[in-house]
Design a protein. Structure first.
Lengths: 319, 493
């Protein structure tokens, strides 16, 4: 018999409440499944958001990490849990990607997507001593000869990989894309000038700015310029379109939430997104609040499936 | 602030009651994690991360570092007593540590492991405080090409680790490398040999493999024996004799130095350090002929090395903001939770954190010694248990350990499967250690090799034109060929 924490919690909570089964939702603690191990970016966002949501729902929210296979293990597990509003999960671009690549054997819309929460910004970083001083230098060098410029990613099939591919396509240049096992190893390779450039999350390079042996940022991938990187151009301003801006995070639940429960949750999620502590967390970690719900969110998800699908096809990771 | 002022300042931070308490808690948890096979420091820190949410960041960093270097103390205990390494960094301690225990010198082996750990850990902290800014840059000189050759050297050395002939060991290395190819291809991102099993996409986890190959296989071997094994009852003094101490000191010094350097390198870490230190003893120590038959050098060197490496692994994190291994990545995550992003400015911007953590390691190491020495007598008593009780205890601990890593029951099944495989291989005369270590090194080797070739646009001479890579490649070739040449030449006398 499988006995997990959620089951035990639910069981414990159910005992005194059995007689009052018709109680108003939520009448017992909730679980938020983070489909990654503790400590990563999505885990931190999930924990911070759980704090904000707890204040709105008036019930404790336990974070449960189920990592593995780029989020696919946890999402698969979540999809089999009860759609009663007491189990939520963290989703994001990784869900779309895992689904299109086949690791997650479910389409992205097999979940109740409640809201998009936050958006991370990708940046293009080069070693501080690099001869590539500006984005124009980078583009000129990349276009001069195929594979003349090497660009590191945080892993084959990761969003940084798709962004590097899209950047090359938009610039009409063939970049030498090299994969590293995670952002930390990529940063090491760029700091040591072993790779010419790298696609980073903005927050990873902030401590390395304006250091003699640090990293220089040539461009940000977001549509709007970054407040933390004054004077750095956006890719869009240089005429380079269609490049993923960076990972985003959202909150979801197993498919089939009852209407009244979904309404309560949607209200609480919306209010939690303006929680000052949540906003302070986002700012401190270089994330932008990007609330999106309802039909607009559904359209966004459909677009994501299309753009990520096209990029995965371009790099040979999806049919 | 000079390093001396810094250490003094750090000491004041570290002895504040709150910080002192969390330091002691950290090393206590670390010792337990080290003793328990399977549960490693990275998994423990991941479990405890949420609990540090409300702590002040210095206290959190002090506690989590304590878990890491504390686990390096405990890892040797089960390796010596029952030949099941508590951590992968204590794999090589099994050879001589367990042999010592079988000869009734378990107490001496445990004490030497604790003392060598303490000495190397303490000296490495001094190194960390004084030369951190200088040696931090070494980590950056190691790019994919250099790293690939370092791993290659490691793989060759692994084949020469045991007592047996080289060819069976090389076969085990190749088998380990093949197992390491399971999971996502690091260049294309496509799945390899996963048979559509989601849990295999990230590759075969190391913990169930080594718990199976050592713990489960060892129990199987004991069951098969008709008569009960001779019980290794302690003989003589519990503590090391004068001769044992005399042999252990230089070995610990060599092991500590090797460990410090390898700990700084990205991906080097405590496991590689302990292997390298053991091999250095096998080549160069005065008592090299006794190695593998219960030599104290074979305990002192790897245990000193893994502690020195656990300490020096903090150098790239604290000076450059880059984690050298998985545990450092978890500590980085913990600091990030508190909004601290370690980078080159950490020393000047967060002197409390930088020096406080370093100074807390002195306190922690002292506490570990005080904690571990009295435990020696207690642990030795474990050997008095009849095997009918000890065997099932080992088996249950191993299966729980395998399960605890991810919480998937499949991992425990994997441990049993590898136990059967390990038992079969041993009966056929194959040692499991080269396989396990090749599985550890296989993935980073493949990644670095393919990255280096891709960065050089397919030009394989990159391994000869980069000086550090060339030296490491030459060392690897020499290590493989030299013993064969020496054997071909008739011996004198």
């Amino acid at each position: 018999m499988r006995l997990d924490r959620r089951g035990v919690l639910a069981g414990m909570a159910a005992l005194p409440l059995a007689a009052r089964a018709q109680d108003k939702y939520p009448s017992k603690p909730l679980t938020l499944v983070v489909p990654f191990d503790a400590g990563g970016g999505t885990d931190q966002v999930g924990r911070a958001f759980a704090e904000a949501l707890k204040a709105q729902l008036g019930q404790p929210i336990a974070v449960q990490n189920i990592g593995g296979a780029g989020g696919a293990v946890g999402l698969t597990r979540l999809s089999g849990m009860a759609a009663d509003g007491y189990t939520l999960g963290m989703g994001g671009g990784f869900l779309v990607s895992a689904s299109l690549r086949g690791a997650l054997k479910l389409p992205a819309n097999e979940f109740s997507h409640l809201a998009r929460l936050s958006q991370e910004a990708f940046v293009l970083g080069v070693p501080a001593a690099s001869p590539l001083k500006t984005m124009q230098d980078f583009l000129a060098a990349a276009r001069a000869k195929p594979e003349a410029v090497s660009i590191g990613t945080a892993g084959a099939g990761a969003l940084t990989h798709l962004a590097a591919q899209a950047l090359g396509d938009a610039a009409k240049a063939k970049l030498n894309i090299v994969h590293f096992a995670g952002g930390a190893k990529l940063l090491t390779a760029v700091l040591g000038a072993h790779a010419d450039a790298g696609v980073f999350s903005q927050v990873e390079v902030l401590p390395q700015l304006n250091q003699p042996n640090g990293v220089r940022v040539l461009a940000t991938f977001t549509r709007a310029p970054s407040a933390k990187l004054p004077g750095v151009p956006t890719l869009a301003s240089l005429g380079l379109g269609g490049v993923p801006e960076g990972p985003w995070q959202g909150v979801l639940a197993p498919k089939g939430l009852p209407g009244p429960v979904r309404a309560v949750l949607a209200g609480a999620v919306a209010k939690a997104q303006s929680d000052p502590q949540w906003l302070a967390f986002l700012d401190k970690n270089g994330l932008a609040p990007s609330p999106l719900t309802g039909a607009a969110y559904d359209t966004f998800l459909e677009d994501e499936v299309k753009t990520i699908g096209a990029l995965l096809k371009a790099v040979g990771l999806s049919q | 602030m000079t390093p001396f002022d810094g250490l003094l300042h750090g000491l004041l931070v570290a002895v504040q009651p709150l910080h002192l308490g969390f330091c002691l808690l950290g090393v206590l948890v670390g010792t337990a994690v080290g003793v328990l096979p399977g549960l490693g420091p990275a998994a423990t820190i991941a479990l405890l991360l949420p609990a540090t949410y409300r702590l002040d960041p210095v206290a959190a960093a002090i506690m989590l570092s304590g878990i890491y270097y504390g686990s390096q103390y405990g890892g040797s205990t089960t390796a010596i007593l029952v030949k099941v390494p508590g951590e992968s960094s204590s794999l090589v301690t099994c050879y001589d540590g367990h042999e010592m225990a079988r000869r009734g010198r378990a107490g001496a082996a445990l004490a030497i492991a604790a003392l060598a750990s303490f000495a190397a850990g303490t000296l490495a902290i001094l190194g960390l405080g004084l030369v951190a800014p200088l040696v931090g840059r070494i980590a950056l000189a190691f790019g994919p090409a250099e790293y690939a050759m370092l791993m290659l050297l490691g793989l060759v050395l692994v084949a020469r680790l045991g007592q047996g002939p080289v060819v069976p060991a090389l076969i085990m290395v190749v088998l380990g490398l093949m197992l390491a190819t399971v999971g996502q291809d690091p260049v294309s991102g496509l799945e390899r040999h996963t048979f559509g099993i989601q849990e295999l996409i990230d590759g075969i986890d190391l913990v169930p493999v080594f718990l199976g190959m050592y713990g489960v296989a060892e129990v199987l071997a004991q069951i098969e024996r008709r008569e009960p094994p001779p019980r290794p009852v302690p003989t003589g003094r519990l503590w090391p004799s004068r001769e044992e101490a005399r042999a252990a000191v230089p070995a610990a010094a060599r092991g500590g130095a090797i460990g410090f350097v390898l700990g700084v390198l990205p991906g080097g870490g405590a496991t590689l350090a302990s292997i390298a230190a053991y091999l250095a003893e096998k080549r160069f120590a005065a008592g090299r002929d006794r190695l593998g038959q219960g030599a104290v050098e074979g305990v002192a060197a790897p245990e000193a090395a893994n502690n020195a490496a656990a300490t020096s692994a903090f150098v790239p994190l604290l000076t450059l903001g880059i984690p050298a291994n998985g545990v450092m990545a978890m500590i980085l995550a913990a600091l990030t939770l508190h909004g601290l992003r370690p980078g080159p400015q950490l020393v000047t911007q967060q002197p409390d954190l930088f020096w406080g953590v370093i100074a807390s390691m002195y306190v922690g190491n002292l506490a570990l010694l005080v904690l571990n020495l009295p435990l020696v007598g207690l642990f030795v008593q474990l050997l008095r248990l009849p095997y009918a009780a000890l065997g099932p205890l080992i088996l249950v601990t191993c299966l729980i350990g395998a399960f605890a890593v991810t919480g998937h029951a499949g991992e425990a099944v994997l441990a049993v499967a590898f136990g059967a495989l390990g038992h079969g291989l041993r009966k056929l005369g194959f040692e499991p250690t080269p396989l396990v270590l090749a599985l550890v090194l296989g993935r980073p080797f493949e990644e670095a090799l393919r990255q280096a070739l891709q960065l050089a646009r397919g030009d394989a001479t990159v391994f000869l034109t980069k000086p550090i890579a060339a030296v490491l490649l030459a060392a690897a070739v020499l290590a493989l060929v030299a013993p064969l040449l020496l054997k071909a030449r008739p011996r004198h006398g």
